[in-house]
Design a protein around this ligand. Structure first.
Ligand code: FE2
Ligand code: FE2
Length: 312
C-alpha cells in the first residue's frame, strides 16, 4: 500500500477555534486558558515550553504495563489474532522497542487507576497499531513512531471529567462536546510534552477522529496522513469490539468488522487497511489484497447503543 509510505505532512490547524475548557498538565499545572485560540501558533508556543525530554522506558520492560500488555495480547479477541504472530521477531521487536517517556507512563497510570476502559483501550490500540505497522510502514523508525503513539492517542481524555467519560446514559450536547474536546487538549498536552522532538504526537491527538472522506471531527478535514489513519482505524476497531459505557455490550467480532467494511466501502477508511484486518481474523491464510468485501450483515450488533445520540 504505497500511500502509507508517503511523507507525512506537518500539523496545521485548519480553523483556529477558541478552547472550550482550560488545559492543565498531568501534574495539574495550568497550561492554557479557556477561550484561548487553539491554533498552529498556540501549539508552537506549547512546544517551546516543553520540559526537557526524558529517557524513554520500554513498555515491555515496565513492571506493570509489560504484564498488562501480555494480558491484552493473550485475551480474546486478540489472542487468536496474535498468538501465532507474537513470537515472530519483527512484532516483538516493535512492541519491545516502542518506548514511553516518564509523563507517558504517568498518563497510563492515571487511566489505569481512574478510567480502566481508556487504559486497556490504549494498550490494545498500541498492540494492534504495532502489528499493522509491520505490514504498512516501511521504515523501522516510522513503525516505532506510529506504535509509540498507540498508547497516547487519547491522552487528552485526561482533561475530560470522569463522570462524563464514564456516563452510561444519553449525553447532553455539552457533554458530547466535552468528550470531543480530548482531541484539542491531547494536541496541547502532546505539543507541550513532546515539543519539537515529536510533532507527530500532537497530530495523532488532533486528527485521530478525522476520516478520509471528511466525515470525522473536530474539523471534518480529509484525513491525509496515512500514519494517523492507521491509528484511527485501530482505534475504531477496538472501540467497536470492547465494552463501552454507552451501549449494552460490545460488537461481536463479525459485526465489528462489518461496520468497518461498510466504512471502507463508503470511503471512510482505506479498503486495504480494513481488508488486512479482516484477513487477520480468518483461520485460513488469505491474501488480504484479494479479499472481496460485501456489505452483507451477518453479525450481531449490540441491541442498545447510545453512541452519537444525545439528549434532545
Ligand atoms: Fe479518541
Ligand atoms: Fe481511542
Amino acid at each position: 500500500m504505497d500511500h502509507l509510505l508517503r511523507q507525512n505532512n506537518p500539523l496545521r490547524v485548519p480553523k483556529p477555534t477558541p478552547l472550550a475548557y482550560d488545559v492543565h498538565d498531568l501534574n495539574g499545572k495550568f497550561l492554557v486558558k479557556q477561550g484561548e485560540l487553539f491554533s498552529t501558533r498556540l501549539l508552537q508556543k506549547m512546544s517551546r515550553m516543553a520540559p526537557p525530554p526524558n529517557k524513554k522506558i520500554r513498555m515491555r520492560d515496565h513492571a506493570v504495563f509489560g504484564k498488562d500488555l501480555l494480558q491484552a495480547i493473550n485475551k480474546i479477541p486478540f489472542h487468536p489474532l496474535f498468538s501465532q504472530n507474537f513470537s515472530s521477531s519483527p512484532f516483538e521487536k516493535v512492541l519491545h522497542e516502542a518506548g514511553l517517556p516518564y509523563w507517558g507512563i504517568q498518563a497510563l497510570e492515571y487511566f489505569k487507576k481512574m478510567d480502566p476502559d481508556t487504559y486497556w483501550h490504549s494498550l490494545r490500540v498500541f498492540v494492534l497499531t504495532a502489528f499493522m505497522s509491520l505490514q504498512f510502514i516501511k521504515q523501522q523508525k516510522r513503525k516505532l513512531l506510529v506504535a509509540s503513539m498507540g498508547p497516547l492517542h487519547d491522552i487528552g481524555k485526561f482533561s475530560v471529567p470522569l463522570k462524563v467519560l464514564q456516563k452510561k446514559t444519553l449525553l447532553s450536547l455539552e457533554e458530547r462536546n466535552h468528550i470531543r474536546y480530548h482531541v484539542f487538549s491531547g494536541a496541547v498536552l502532546l505539543s507541550y510534552y513532546q515539543g519539537t522532538e515529536n510533532p507527530f504526537g500532537a497530530k495523532v491527538a488532533l486528527e485521530h477522529h478525522e476520516r478520509l472522506d471528511g466525515s470525522g471531527y473536530p474539523f471534518g478535514i480529509l484525513l491525509s496522513d496515512p500514519m494517523v489513519e492507521l491509528i484511527a482505524l485501530c482505534d475504531v476497531y477496538d472501540a467497536l469490539i470492547s465494552p463501552r459505557p454507552y451501549r449494552n455490550r460490545a460488537y461481536d467480532l463479525r459485526s465489528g468488522l462489518e461496520v468497518l467494511t461498510e466504512m471502507a466501502m463508503d470511503g471512510t477508511f482505506s479498503l486495504d487497511l480494513v481488508r488486512f484486518l479482516i484477513a487477520l481474523h480468518r483461520q485460513e491464510k488469505t491474501d488480504y489484497k484479494k479479499l472481496a468485501l460485501s456489505k452483507e450483515i451477518r453479525g450481531l450488533p449490540p441491541e442498545k447503543n447510545y453512541y452519537g445520540q444525545m439528549l434532545s
